[in-house]
Design a protein around this ligand. Sequence first.
Ligand code: F3S
Length: 295
Amino acid sequence: RLEIIRAKHSGFCFGVRQAIDTTMKQIGRNAGGRICTCGQLIHNATVTDELAARGVGIINAPEEASAGDTVIVRSHGEPQRFYRTARERGLHVIDATCPFVARIHTLVHDAYARGAHIVIVGDKNHPEVIGINGWCEDTAFIASTAEEASRYPFPDAFVVSQTTLNEKVFDEITGLLQRMGVRLEIQNTICSATRERQQAAAELSERVDAMIVIGGRNSSNTKKLYEICKKNQNKCFFVENNKDLPLKQLQKCNRIGIAAGASTPERVIKEVISTMSENITNENNISMADYMDEI
Ligand code: F3S
């Protein structure tokens, strides 16, 4: 029979759920002014389209909002200067920075205040990393590869990681810095939700005939999940929703694994499962009711 197995810890993480809840509450109690998020609340078009339909706008910087507007800080967090500008402009700030990201801001801010050189292991273009860098006056050395890290110029470093980083990359870069003789103070700030999600997806991808990774095209944590699963499983597909499913290539599979990024809504995951169940045939298909009970 066709088994559709969902990896543990797939779908919304704690920080994303909290940001969405906070935004929804704000829509209910808006007392005038616009409501907007600074950047897309989460990297998922299904959710952002829904928010747009409820009148939540998107700005790219606090300078784009006017006095009295409510600006929601998403789970990725913002640089320290964001709060200064927002205050000066009379914006009403609702802070939905994930507490795990806020902790990195505090660590970096304090280490920088005592004179440490900050290293962020992560993607320099990712808003979370830009936000973290903004808590040490944009002075951090940012590396996402060993090659970049090999150019580190100082004898010591206070190292943090982007929360969604792959553990192996973090170990590789800190290992290299150590071998270069850099004195390190290491804070592994990879979020446990990410670690658990990645481990569960990696394990599942080894024991299925095909693997489906669900998430927004611009969701970096979903992309990483896909890369991890792809290493174990040739038949690995990245889909945004049920319309992207490569149904032809999934025919005759007996076991299909599913993993989903931290910003993938439950509804999208369920639609993918139900489309597969209705359209993939092998000798003895599992009934939709059976697997909906399982999840
Ligand atoms: Fe927060 Fe971890 Fe999610 S840092 S936003 S709970 S992936």
